[in-house]
Design a protein around this ligand. Structure first.
Ligand SMILES: *[C@@H]1O[C@H](CO)[C@@H](O)[C@H](O)[C@H]1NC(C)=O
Ligand SMILES: *[C@@H]1O[C@H](CO)[C@@H](O)[C@H](O)[C@H]1NC(C)=O
Ligand SMILES: *[C@@H]1O[C@H](CO)[C@@H](O)[C@H](O)[C@H]1NC(C)=O
Ligand SMILES: *[C@@H]1O[C@H](CO)[C@@H](O)[C@H](O)[C@H]1NC(C)=O
Ligand SMILES: *[C@@H]1O[C@H](CO)[C@@H](O)[C@H](O)[C@H]1NC(C)=O
Ligand SMILES: *[C@@H]1O[C@H](CO)[C@@H](O)[C@H](O)[C@H]1NC(C)=O
Length: 239
């Protein structure tokens, strides 16, 4: 197996953090009501966060479209999350919609794929933290932050058994070969997973108890060795 330098991790996973005012985020959040729809091939094709800097909806992938969250950029948007990333791209006739309790993606063949579902959901929002949330009585009951793809965002944390998996390429956001896992008993583990053979573990840090990997809103990444999030329990930190 080829030697893979440990610092490749920094290249594989996007760490995205921007200074965004999230004060009174709850009040400013745009509430998406049940019955709202998005269309791959016509408007509206996305819902914007309150600042307008982030959107959730359909983006172009391959010959069709995928559903996800992106940072609005000029000229290129940066995809930070993809729903059902390994499903084939959908056609311009696909829709995303909320009905009572469920966020669904319906393909042109009428197949409905559940993106988020919790009984009792009554509304949804894309927050300025780039977290897509479903609410019940204004409490968050489902969030895209809990199911990261290849990107950890400011304000997002990886807990025990969480995993970031690289994308196939910058234009194909399906599951790639590089895995970064947080294992409470060993810490961060990077694997190269090719085919169905056992994954090749090429980096481990710190080889000791690790509780949570947190990326703050201000862009500091810290690995904590304990449930107590004090400075003394930081085992790895970016500056
Ligand atoms: C989209 O729907 C229209 C009307 O039903 C149909 O004519 C068209 O072929 C569909 N396009 C695709 C790509 O499925
Ligand atoms: C959503 O979840 C509820 C239970 O939590 C279940 O009864 C319902 O069938 C689910 N709906 C879909 C579309 O999966
Ligand atoms: C939402 O309100 C309903 C009715 O008051 C209650 O039964 C339910 O438990 C509440 N859900 C949450 C998550 O608070
Ligand atoms: C770090 O993330 C954990 C969840 O894994 C969270 O409970 C905790 O409050 C976060 N701590 C800090 C300092 O952000
Ligand atoms: C982490 O997850 C593993 C596997 O699910 C479990 O055995 C272990 O007890 C968990 N550790 C903590 C601290 O929750
Ligand atoms: C590695 O990839 C294979 C499919 O190619 C998958 O079945 C397996 O679960 C993956 N291994 C890990 C550790 O995720």
């Amino acid at each position: 197996m080829a030697h893979v330098p440990s610092n490749i991790i920094l290249l594989l996973f996007l760490l995205v953090s921007f200074h965004v005012d999230v004060i009174a985020e709850e009040d400013e959040a745009k509430i998406i009501k049940p019955g709202s729809s998005l269309y791959a091939g016509k408007q509206p094709s996305s819902w914007a966060s309150p600042s307008g800097n982030f959107e959730f909806g359909f983006y172009r992938q391959g010959e069709g479209y995928a559903a996800g969250i992106w940072l609005v950029g000029r000229p290129e948007n940066t995809i930070v999350w993809t729903a059902k990333r390994d499903d084939p791209p959908v056609s311009s006739n696909a829709t995303l919609f909320t009905t009572r309790g469920v966020l669904l993606l319906r393909t042109e063949d009428g197949v409905e794929n559940v993106i988020g579902n919790q009984s009792g959901v009554d509304s949804a929002s894309l927050l300025d933290t780039r977290n897509l949330v479903l609410y019940e009585n204004r409490s968050v009951v489902w969030e895209s932050f809990d199911i990261p793809t290849d990107t950890i965002l400011g304000g997002q944390n990886l807990r025990n058994d969480s995993v970031l998996i690289s994308s196939v390429s910058s234009s194909n956001h399906a599951t790639g070969h590089y895995y970064l896992l947080l294992k409470s008993d060993i810490g961060l583990v990077a694997n190269l997973n090719i085919s169905s053979a056992a994954a090749y573990q090429y980096w481990v840090f710190p080889n000791g108890f690790s509780y949570s990997l947190n990326l703050s809103e201000s862009g500091v990444l810290a690995l904590y060795s304990s449930l107590n999030f004090g400075q003394e329990n930081i085992v790895l930190a970016s500056t």
